[in-house]
Design a protein around this ligand. Structure first.
Ligand code: IMP
Length: 471
């Protein structure tokens, strides 16, 4: 009798599993704005799946590493903007991977990776990246999808980019042709993946574009381009990419219906955004949270959380103002072998943490959680400066001015905090960080206005302190 009771009663496995399940549902849905506490159909519970990850500074915030950590809890990783101007560095099992177009999820087993409609793709560079990953033993097949609506970067875009960089008003671009490719998209004269999938259509459109662009290149004094060569190499790359090309909007919506979790991996950073960045010293896409919607076809109400990544200090590559720039800090970081661009190898400019910028980034992106990276870069810096406001022509500013010249004339107002003067590489728990380091990260998160959820103390996956449940 007692045996039977335990099989069906509170002690039986089915009962315990059901109770555990109910508890999880209750815990996750207790914040439901609709008030359906503990109900299995709670919309809040269902929608807690999608995370946008954004760089809160000028790019190179160490997003690759944080994306990699968050990928563990996602089913699908999506790129929504930018092109192979991005370079996400991930260290895995002692091997360094630099990804340019393919989402970082590719390094994990069982994750789908999607290149969304908002990305601009150089098909030849993408094929090289796929081949490079295969040589390193990474499986790609059935793990990658490419939007048929994504625009193509063509050789004339790259040459135009290079030519513009030789002239006055240069931006300091990566010279990957990103600006001219997005320019064609906005002018409605671009070629897309769907064109490349139809060789006759592609060749016809390409020929017209090359005739037009060769005239421009000639006027600029640059070498013209051979239609035959470009046509051949692009069609060959297109055939290699054909198995991956699809309507990714439909794929993502079906995946959401099946309850899959999506991570939207941002490239570049908030202040490189074409609308909200330090124009004209920006890239040509929307690097802020809104770009994740337009660049994938996933609507805003399906986004559940925005995680912002910021370095414990500031860096920037290319031209344009970096208000807290500091030559000594840059020298120190470069001497440590840090802060060299992943895509171009350029030395990054470095400066103190800029809370004026990060607060504004918090506002534009609606940052829920903050991940602070490269804290170990400040291990032996004492005191550490934090910019809490700008002064412009005697006026106190709490937000960055829109105008590039005004931003360049802003003087940072600093506060100084104590350093910790010890290596923190081996620390894995927040409580084990030196008190000064804890104080510093709490301080810069408070100034920014988001909940601190992760601190990175080194480049490897494991060198991460997770403060709260992420995912
Ligand atoms: P573009 O995107 O190559 O046109 O470059 C425009 C600006 O964005 C330049 O200042 C680049 O250095 C910067 N930029 C582009 N991609 C990245 C990136 O992935 N990290 C940091 N800066 C970038």
């Amino acid at each position: 009798m007692s045996k039977n009771k335990s099989k069906r009663g509170p002690g039986c496995a089915k009962f315990l599993a059901r109770r555990r399940c109910k508890r999880i549902i209750y815990r996750q849905s207790r914040l439901c704005p609709a008030g359906c506490i503990g109900k299995i159909f709670c919309p809040f519970l269902i929608s807690m799946a999608n995370t946008i990850l954004i760089g809160m500074q000028w790019g190179d915030e160490g997003k690759g590493k944080i994306i990699d950590v968050l990928t563990a809890k996602s089913d699908i990783v999506v790129r929504s903007q930018g092109g192979n101007n991005a370079g996400h560095t991930v260290f895995h099992r002692g091997v360094k991977y630099v990804l340019h177009l393919i989402p970082s999820g590719i390094l994990r087993r069982g994750k789908m990776c999607v290149i969304g409609n908002g990305v601009v793709i150089d098909p030849v560079a993408l094929v090289a990246e796929v081949d490079g990953l295969r040589q390193l033993g990474i499986k790609i097949d059935k793990k990658l999808l490419i939007s048929d609506c994504a625009h193509l970067v063509l050789p004339y875009h790259r040459i135009l980019d290079e030519q513009r960089e030789l002239r006055r008003g240069r931006i300091g671009t990566t010279k990957r042709g990103i600006g001219p490719a997005y320019g064609d998209k906005a002018a409605r004269t671009g070629l897309r993946m769907s064109d490349l999938m139809q060789p006759i259509v592609f060749s016809k459109k390409l020929q017209a574009k090359i005739i037009e662009n060769n005239r421009i290149l000639q006027a600029l004094g640059a070498k013209s381009i051979s239609f035959r060569e470009v046509n051949e190499s692009y069609l060959a790359a297109g055939e290699k990419l054909r198995p991956y090309v699809a309507n990714t909007v439909v794929y993502l919506h079906r995946a959401m219906e099946r309850g899959k979790k999506i991570l939207f991996e941002g490239a570049q950073g908030t202040f490189l955004d074409i609308d909200h960045g330090t124009y004209p010293y920006v890239t040509s896409s929307n690097t802020t949270a809104g770009g994740a919607c337009t660049g994938t076809g996933v609507p805003p109400h399906r986004m559940d959380r925005v995680v912002g990544v910021m370095k414990a200090y500031s860096t920037r590559v290319g031209d344009g103002a970096l208000p807290t720039e500091d030559a000594h800090l840059a020298q120190m970081l470069h001497n440590l072998g840090r802060e060299f661009g992943a895509t171009t190898g350029r030395k990054r400019r470095c400066g103190w943490f800029d809370a004026v910028a990060s607060r504004y980034a918090g506002m534009i992106n609606g940052i829920d959680e903050i991940a602070i990276t490269n804290l170990d870069g400040l291990d032996h810096v004492d005191p550490i400066r934090v910019c809490v406001a700008y002064r412009l022509y005697g006026k106190h500013l709490d937000v960055p001015p829109c105008d590039a010249t005004q931003l360049a004339n802003c003087e940072p107002v600093y506060e100084e905090v104590s350093g910790w003067n010890t290596s923190i590489h081996a620390v894995r728990k927040f409580s084990q960080l030196p008190a000064a380091a804890r104080k510093y990260v709490r301080y810069i998160s408070e100034l920014t206005g988001g909940k601190l959820s992760m601190v990175s103390v080194g480049p490897a996956r494991g060198e991460t302190i997770v403060l709260s449940r992420t995912g």
